[in-house]
Ligand binder design. Structure first.
Ligand code: ADP
Ligand code: MG
Length: 343
């Protein structure tokens, strides 16, 4: 199937920016001026704002052999707004900067932007600018997200105190298992040319790595139920690494119960098939983009009404250290073996 290929050089940088943003419309009152000038203008009407930025580099964070560009566009927005939600804030704007080699056609960038706009639509975020340039090799993506929060309602990593309950949203380890599956199928494909990948019945874990969602629902739940977590972080590097960040910044210890860590059934079965420990996948996998937070015990009855939220442990004194109690009742020191771009 010969798809049409338009060289970027045939439309130029400004032509490309116009093309990529021609249907871009604003959704938020805080967006005063969007794409097209030297800078965007935002007015947050007495709210506090949070700003966060993240880069995604081809070959380090994603592999285009098995990552559709549309999914990549979607995910590059999600990973950034997930950081905004982790502050208990609501994302309102993003900027999107891209660098790409001449391997990328206009049609390829259109696919990428389809995903970008789909995420912006779903999460009610305005794309208000960015930068466009070339790279010698590979695709580089940098996204900045801006969010709003009512004065002094933002939630930091610091703030967890002894007795607080440790909670997570959704389930963990699925994204790592999806990545493991895609890497395995890629290897088989490269070694035996022509063999089509066997992704049968693995939609759930493949979806977890290729098309993650951000937990807007959890932030909305806090707002509706008048809950202010004492600390919060999003799970991009694995539960243990993130929990240790909270403990370190809060100058606290923790006890985590293995039996309480939520792992999806399909993910668990797939882990067993690969002879991997599902708990290890949840602790050290990563890219699940769930929220990890602590609450005061008084909020337990409220949190307990939400099926998406699980209590997995509690905060202790700093001197007690950070521990995990296994299903067999053994106690281990919690160590961070989260995913590391330099590892
Ligand atoms: P300047 O030279 O002032 O930086 P540019 O020509 O780089 O301006 O960009 C023109 C406008 O297009 C700006 O509003 C910028 O934020 C926006 N823009 C540039 N690249 C992108 C992109 N990849 N996606 C969205 N907006 C972009
Ligand atoms: Mg520029």
């Amino acid at each position: 199937m010969a798809e049409h290929r338009t060289e970027i050089s045939s439309i130029g940088e400004f032509g490309l920016i116009d093309h990529l943003t021609k249907n871009n419309e604003t959704k938020n009152a805080s967006t005063i001026l969007s794409v097209g000038d030297d800078a965007a203008v935002l007015d947050h009407f007495g709210k506090q704002i949070v700003v966060t930025t993240d880069m995604l580099i081809e070959g380090i964070h994603f592999d285009l052999m098995y990552t559709p560009l549309k999914h990549l566009g979607y995910k590059s927005v999600i990973v950034n707004i997930s950081d905004v939600y982790a502050m208990n804030a609501t994302p309102a704007q993003i900027t999107m900067s891209i660098a790409f080699s001449n391997r990328f056609s206009l049609e390829a960038l259109d696919e990428f932007y389809e995903g970008v706009y789909a995420a912006c639509e779903k999460y009610n975020v305005d794309l208000v600018g960015g930068d466009t340039t070339s790279s010698q090799k590979g695709f580089i993506i940098s996204v900045t997200a801006i969010g709003e929060v009512a004065p002094d309602k933002f939630v930091k990593r610091k703030g967890a105190k002894k007795g607080d309950l440790i909670c997570v949203s959704g389930d963990l380890g699925g994204a790592f298992l999806g990545l493991t599956l895609l890497e395995r199928e890629k290897k088989i494909y490269l070694e035996t040319k022509g063999v089509q990948p066997d992704l049968e019945n693995q939609d759930y874990i493949v979806g977890r790595i290729l098309k993650p969602e951000a937990r807007k629902d959890v932030i909305d739940f806090f707002s509706v139920n008048d809950i202010l977590p004492t600390s919060m972080i999003d799970i991009s590097d694995g539960l243990s690494s993130e929990l240790l960040h909270i403990c370190k910044q809060s100058e606290a210890g923790c006890i985590l119960y293995e039996e309480k860590i939520p792992v999806n059934d399909i993910a668990r079965q797939f882990a067993y098939k690969l002879e991997l420990d599902p708990t290890a996948c949840a602790l050290s996998g990563g890219e699940d983009y769930e929220l990890l937070f602590t609450i005061d015990q008084k909020d337990y009855s409220k949190v307990n009404t939400n099926e998406q939220l699980r209590v997995v442990g509690h905060i202790t004194e700093k001197d007690a250290g950070s521990k995990i109690i296994t299903k067999g009742g053994n106690e281990h020191k919690l160590t961070a073996q989260g995913w590391n771009a330099f590892g």
